[in-house]
Design a protein around this ligand. Structure first.
Ligand code: ADP
Length: 175
């Protein structure tokens, strides 16, 4: 399995599974979530609504992951995961790590060979990029022995600052 970093827009990635930095309502939002629903079209929201009416009546808890169709995106699935909001009074790192781990294990279960991740929680949820990048890369490193189907994990970074943080975290993690 290889880890790659690209600068770009996650909705343009031709991969098997695209990970959405969703919110627990599963009904859309800003940032990555907004872009995925805008470009992927209404089929994604339709499946999210069905999930809210069945398995996730109370919403998707932070740290968990669930898959839907990718609609019109150049992917087979969207894996929705809810990152924790960054807090100065409480360490929620385990929840951020759980987002990456749960998404990777779900991708494996689906048979996805390539998975694209955004920098979860580092936007509206205010997680510092250096720490967010470190948690992302160390979690991939620690999960890779459980992945057989997944051959590529791609991080898609929106700007050069995020890219630089992930480049450094990749080097330091040995992922
Ligand atoms: P969260 O609510 O989990 O913080 P956001 O979507 O607000 O999620 O932001 C997560 C990260 O994704 C931020 O670093 C943001 O700059 C970046 N981002 C926003 N839009 C896109 C996009 N279309 N493709 C890739 N990354 C994006």
């Amino acid at each position: 399995m290889t880890v790659t970093l690209v600068r770009g827009d996650i909705t343009e990635q031709a991969v098997d599974a695209v990970v959405n930095a969703a919110n627990s309502s599963l009904l859309g939002g800003g940032g990555v979530d907004g872009a995925i629903h805008r470009r992927g079209g209404p089929a994604i929201l339709e499946e999210c609504r069905a999930l809210r009416a069945s398995r996730y009546r109370g919403g998707l808890p932070a740290g968990e992951a669930v898959a839907t169709t990718a609609g019109r995106l150049p992917a087979r699935w969207v894996i929705h995961t809810v990152g924790p909001v960054h807090s100065l009074s409480e360490d929620r790192s385990h929840l951020l790590a759980s987002c990456y781990r749960s998404s990777l294990l779900l991708a494996e279960e689906l048979g996805a060979r390539s998975v694209a991740f955004p920098a979860i929680s580092t936007g509206v949820y205010r997680w510092p990029l250096d720490d967010g990048a470190r948690i992302a890369l160390t979690t991939v490193r620690d999960t890779r022995s459980r992945l057989e189907q997944v051959k590529e994990v791609r991080f898609v970074l929106f700007d050069s600052t995020a890219y630089a943080h992930f480049e450094r975290a990749l080097r330091e993690s040995g992922a």
